[in-house]
Design a protein around this ligand. Structure first.
Ligand code: SAM
Ligand code: SF4
Ligand code: SF4
Length: 392
């Protein structure tokens, strides 16, 4: 039997089977590798960052992520029993921390749709690294439910939040989320996050995916709006992630051009990376002296397409149903859920994670840079996991 082609927004094919989950690779546990916080992959990259997708569902239908034509009412979302429980997620996260992870990001789908998410946050906040420190806990959200939930999330132990927002113009934003969601409600969510204390120490970020010809004219208005307001704005290049968004290279606006546009209005100075493996290139707004004025804040660009940053990529992703993905562009995950549900000990779980990470050689964006543009464009039959399934 031939496999169904991944549907794309462009070819408008509706999926007839669940092609999102190519058979997982069973995780090896033996020989037992203990957690010593020193794991390295095959390219000598450490493991520092864990992204956990808590749901594959979303109340938005951003065309670059979950196009309506594909993610419609017939789409085979995961049944509840397939999802990792909060206890299972916490158990896995504890082993990742033992291996050197310092930062945990909750994502999705839309993570705030997962019921009682604050309980999971409480459980994760109670974990400790081998040095006795709590993990840095953050969350990426579309902001639609943030006004209601920010306080409870903060009280549960969330430290930071990143809100995705693709423009300030209401018509543009409604078109991009494709469910007619008003921009004012997301802005209210951002304010609520700040009021709840999630903006302390630069913790509040706004991510804007820039699509050439769709929202590029929102770059300057967004920068004007967030400059000096304690929010770090980051512009993300539209990526060829997944197989449904009909990505085309000519819709990518290179980050270098984003910076050029910002410089037509603002004086910017380059800043050092805040941490190894950081995805954003940072720029500070200069004051009258020409030096960075921290009260004006900073902007960043994430150039996943035009300037690959695989060489220090230290991120692992845990899918909603417990598969570890080693790259946003991976075609296959490594199954931890069957270990969790099959009675594996913590030592075996830790060992499985070690085997998975030590076998990693993924560096898709670097390789894409050496491909001709057409070869990088998604083609029918290419297997790639969706971002809503493993999280951004
Ligand atoms: N629903 C939440 C949100 O939108 O923030 C969390 C999940 S979403 C998959 C995580 C991030 O991925 C968002 O900032 C979103 O803009 C980004 N994203 C999704 N598809 C993308 C694409 N094709 N290119 C670049 N960024 C993308
Ligand atoms: Fe939903 Fe986030 Fe994807 Fe938009 S980017 S469809 S909000 S998961
Ligand atoms: Fe990391 Fe893969 Fe992105 Fe490279 S392409 S930075 S390896 S997630």
């Amino acid at each position: 039997m031939t496999e169904p082609s991944p549907p794309t927004a462009a070819n408008r094919i509706i999926p007839v089977a669940d092609w999102r989950r190519p058979g997982p690779q069973a995780a090896e546990t033996h020989p037992l590798i203990p957690a010593q916080g020193l794991l390295q992959d095959r390219l000598q990259r450490p493991l520092r960052d864990l992204r956990i997708s808590v749901t594959d569902r979303c109340n938005f239908r951003c065309g670059y992520c979950m196009p309506k034509e594909v993610f419609d009412k017939n789409y085979p979302y995961l049944p509840h029993a397939s999802l990792l429980s909060f206890e299972e997620i916490t158990r896995v996260a504890a082993q990742f921390l033992a291996h050197g992870v310092r930062k945990i990001r909750l994502t999705g789908g839309e993570p705030l749709l997962r019921k009682n998410l604050e309980h999971l946050i409480e459980m994760l906040a109670a974990l400790r690294t081998p040095e006795g420190l709590p993990p840095e806990l953050t969350l990426t959200t579309n902001g639609s439910l943030l006004a209601r939930k920010a306080r409870a999330l903060r009280d549960a132990g969330l430290q930071r939040v990143t809100v995705s927002l693709d423009g300030l113009d209401d018509a543009v934003f409604r078109r991009m989320n494709d469910v007619d969601f008003p921009v004012a409600d997301v802005l209210a969510g951002i304010e609520a996050a700040r009021d709840a204390g999630l903006g302390a120490r630069g913790g509040l970020k706004v991510n804007m995916v820039v699509k050439r010809g769709t929202n590029e004219h929102e770059i300057l208005p967004m920068a004007r709006h967030f400059r000096g307001r304690g929010v770090t704005l980051r512009f993300i290049e539209y990526m060829d992630v997944g197989a449904t968004n009909g990505w085309r290279m000519d819709e990518v606006l290179p980050s270098a051009q984003v910076i050029e546009r910002l410089q037509t209005e603002f004086a910017l100075v380059p800043l050092e990376a805040a941490a190894p493996g950081e995805t954003a290139q940072r720029w500070g707004y200069a004051g009258p002296s020409g030096q960075w004025d921290p009260s004006l804040g900073e902007v960043g660009v994430i150039s996943s397409v035009t300037q690959a940053f695989c060489h220090d990529c230290n991120r692992a992703r845990l899918s909603t149903e417990g598969q570890v993905y080693l790259c946003l562009f991976a075609g296959q995950g490594h199954d931890l859920r069957s270990l969790l549900r099959g009675g594996a000990s913590d030592a075996e779980l830790a060992s499985a994670i070690a085997h998975i990470w030590q076998g990693r050689s993924d560096r898709y964006s670097e390789l894409r840079a050496s491909l001709p543009a057409e070869a990088a464009e998604p083609s029918p039959g290419r297997r790639r996991v969706e971002m809503s399934y493993i999280g951004g």
